[in-house]
Ligand binder design. Structure first.
Ligand code: AFD
Ligand code: MN
Ligand code: MN
Length: 403
């Protein structure tokens, strides 16, 4: 086998690989990525931020029109469906109006006062019941909207040693998640997200992939693990976790973002694009039985960058990194790995990462009737200026409540 250092020896084959990858790649965008959010030190209000679910759907529809790759929008139950199943009709018609469908349903187990000492891991059976009722309502909402995934992030934990029984809290979580699993139908899944710390600062009840995997396996076959790329300690080999979750057929999906330090929710690939490429490679090199139905989702919120620009950047970056990973000639790489021809294997792998796929992506966009450069199109369209004017009063008028 000629060592040509690249996967596809010729342009044509490269373009075919890239186009096939882009045709298959869809990534969900979060409703909360369009609204004013901030850090615990405050918010910098954007006049064009979405202030209600209708504006969130309008913005999501615009991102999908520009990129052709984000047809579903993740919803947060309390923030987007204040009336629970009562808002399903509204969501349905907004979806039709803007050409994007409701995606994963995100329960909120971290904001209400009753969850001060935890939700599904709270020592009070009453609070655990309240949390379970909220989860069950989220299942109902998902069913009514035809959404497959209930995406669960549990912020439970404690801040000081000795104040809670870490072990007894495990059993309480198993109980609630088991009851939730029993309420899901075969066309639904429950994704269990993990996070090492924040807002809990001594122990977090679902702190790593092993804990999430145990809880998913204990709950049942429709429970899977959700990997948020910002939810790992520095230096963690995330693609190794992905490989283990693929091997155990427990990988439900991702919340993509980037981080320099902690759960910074920066735009995907803005700090470490090679890591995202390595994650996508694990998926593209795994059997379909393990990768079927993986939910690619963005989980980001920006205090400084414009919401719309940041979301388009994220979708475009995810597409480009997925396309690069699709260049890897898996057969050739496997042979080099089996023969331990290290540098040749690494060069084949690295060359795909370093291949500038943007011209091929541009050609794909034009071929599919999409803007060749979504970010430039967004800028030229005047969409951000328009929504900033329309929403300024509501956003800037609310500043006092944020101060
Ligand atoms: C926060 C949490 C977690 C969750 C997201 C949406 O850290 O990532 O998925 O909010 O609820 O980012
Ligand atoms: Mn997340
Ligand atoms: Mn997070």
């Amino acid at each position: 086998m000629a060592y040509d250092g690249t996967a596809a020896a010729n342009e044509m084959e490269q373009q075919q690989r890239v186009w096939a990858a882009l045709d298959s790649f869809r990534i969900e965008i979060p409703s909360w990525g369009f609204a004013n959010t901030g850090t615990r030190f405050g918010k910098f209000v954007q006049s064009g931020a979405a202030t209600n679910i209708a504006e969130k759907f309008a913005d999501a529809g615009e991102v999908n029109r520009l990129t052709g790759a984000s047809p579903t929008v993740a919803l947060h139950v309390l923030w987007d469906l204040a009336n629970g199943t009562g808002d399903v009709e509204t969501i349905r018609s907004l979806g039709k109006e803007h050409g994007v469908k409701a995606g994963s349903i995100n329960p909120n187990l971290f904001q209400s006062q009753e969850y001060k000492f935890g939700s599904i891991a709270n020592p009070s059976a009453e609070v655990r019941r309240t949390a379970l009722d909220h989860l069950l309502e989220s299942v109902e909402i998902g069913r009514a909207l035809g959404s497959r995934d209930i995406s669960i992030w549990v912020s439970d934990g404690s801040n000081y040693p000795g104040t809670q029984s870490i072990r007894r809290r495990i059993g309480w979580m198993e109980e609630v998640l088991g009851a939730l699993h029993a309420a899901t139908t075969d066309d639904q899944r429950m994704l269990i997200e993990y996070k090492p710390f924040e807002p809990a600062f001594y122990h977090t009840d679902i702190a790593d992939w092993g804990m999430a995997l145990h809880l998913a396996q204990k709950a049942g076959p429709r429970a899977k693990v959700l990997v948020d790329t910002g939810h790992h300690y520095q230096g963690t080999n995330i693609e190794q976790i992905v490989a283990w979750l693929l091997h155990t057929e427990s990988l439900g999906g991702f919340h993509f973002n980037d981080r320099k330090y902690a759960d910074d929710d920066l735009t995907i690939g803005s700090i470490d694009p090679y890591q995202v490429f390595r994650i996508f490679h694990e998926i593209l090199s795994a059997p379909d039985s393990a990768t079927n139905g993986i939910a690619y989702m963005i989980d980001q919120s920006h205090n400084l960058k414009g919401k719309m620009e940041a979301m388009v950047q994220s979708v475009v970056t995810a597409q480009e990194l997925f396309a690069r990973a699709a260049l890897v000639d898996l057969e050739a790489l496997t042979q080099l790995q089996n023969e331990c021809r290290l540098v040749e294997a690494e060069e084949l792998f690295r060359n795909c990462f370093w291949t500038d796929v943007r011209p091929m992506v541009r050609a794909w966009r034009e071929e599919r009737g999409l803007p060749a450069d979504p970010l430039t199109q967004l800028r030229q369209s005047g969409y951000v200026e328009r929504i900033s004017k329309e929403r300024a009063e509501k956003n800037l008028g609310a500043i006092s409540s944020y101060a």
